[in-house]
Every structure is written in C-alpha cells, then in structure tokens.
Design a protein around this ligand. Structure first.
Ligand SMILES: C[S@@+](CC[C@H](N)C(=O)[O-])C[C@H]1O[C@@H](n2cnc3c(N)ncnc32)[C@H](O)[C@@H]1O
Length: 152
C-alpha cells in the first residue's frame, strides 16, 4: 500500500496527515485505486458496498480510450455496467452518471435519454438532472455546437 503524507494547511498548528492508497480492497486504506476493466473490477466487489457512485463512462465517440462499436452494442454493454453499479449500491445509495452525446453521421443521440429507462428499470429514481454548460469544444457547421453535458 502506498502512503502519501499531506499537510492540510500551511500552519504549524495543524498536524500533517497520511493518506493510505491501496491497489486492492483493504479496510485500512483511505482510498483504493484500481486500473481494470469496469465489468471485471465490479465483479470483484460485494453487493451494496457503496453509498455513492460517481461515473463518467465513455460515450462511444471514438476517443483514444475506447473502442467504438454499434450504438445498440454500446447500450448493451453499458446496461451490464448499470446492473453491476446498482448491485454495488446500498438500497438508499446514490449514483451520479455524467454523460454527453453520442453523434453518428451528424445525428445527435443524447445519452442521458437512453440511460434514463435503463436505470429506471433497475429501480433507481431520478433526483436531479444537472446540466453542465461550457463554452469550449468543437464547432459544428450544420447544427448548433454542442455546449452541454448532463449528470443524473
Ligand atoms: C468520458 S471518459 C471519463 C473521463 C473522466 N470523467 C475524467 O474526467 O477523466 C471515460 C473513461 O472511461 C475509461 N474506460 C473506457 N473503457 C473502460 C472500461 N472497459 N473499463 C473501465 N474504464 C474504461 C476511459 O479510460 C476514460 O477515462
């Protein structure tokens, strides 16, 4: 387990503290950092382990960290991820799911619209829809430029 020593404030009055970071689950660690495929990593975790899960999955838009597949195949894969995340949540736990748009040949597919029924079917209730508006990004030439993403 690696240990990072941190000082909370630049004041001698306040003691420095250590953060213990583990690479596998360890009850003595403050944090666990895993580098693994999401389905494989979730498969190693017990039911109802987390009160809060925050996730920003790939959007299937051909970024360097993902393999682009057909939209239906992408949704099938993400449905498996969703089922795993709901299994890992406590009954009163919360999931924050951050997504943007999948775009195919100029057609926009707002991912939160597709994920809403998936999570609803798994028993989650929508509490908030947070819209992140930003000014940067690629300029579209045949539609308004995409300048938002959502979290649910
Ligand atoms: C939309 S990005 C999220 C970026 C993140 N919100 C951030 O600010 O860095 C999607 C992330 O999912 C990761 N990812 C892609 N396929 C994955 C897989 N099969 N298992 C686990 N993570 C994966 C990518 O490496 C990437 O960091």
């Amino acid at each position: 387990m690696s240990v990072i020593k941190k000082t909370l404030f630049d004041s001698e009055d306040i003691r420095s503290f250590s953060i213990r970071i583990a690479e596998s689950f360890d009850e003595d660690a403050n944090a666990v950092v895993l580098c693994d495929d999401v389905i494989s990593a979730c498969g190693k975790m017990k039911d109802e382990m987390f009160q809060l899960i925050v996730s920003s999955p790939p959007y299937n838009i051909g970024k360097s960290y993902e393999k682009q597949v057909g939209f239906e195949q992408y949704l099938d894969w993400q449905s498996q991820v969703a089922a795993e995340l709901v299994r890992l949540l406590t009954p009163r736990g919360s999931l924050v799911w951050q997504v943007g748009n999948f775009v195919d040949n100029g057609e926009v597919f707002p991912l939160d619209m597709y994920f809403y029924p998936i999570y609803k079917k798994l028993g989650l209730q929508l509490r908030n829809r947070i819209v992140w508006h930003f000014d940067h990004g690629l300029h579209a030439s045949k539609r308004f430029s995409g300048r938002y993403e959502t979290s649910k």
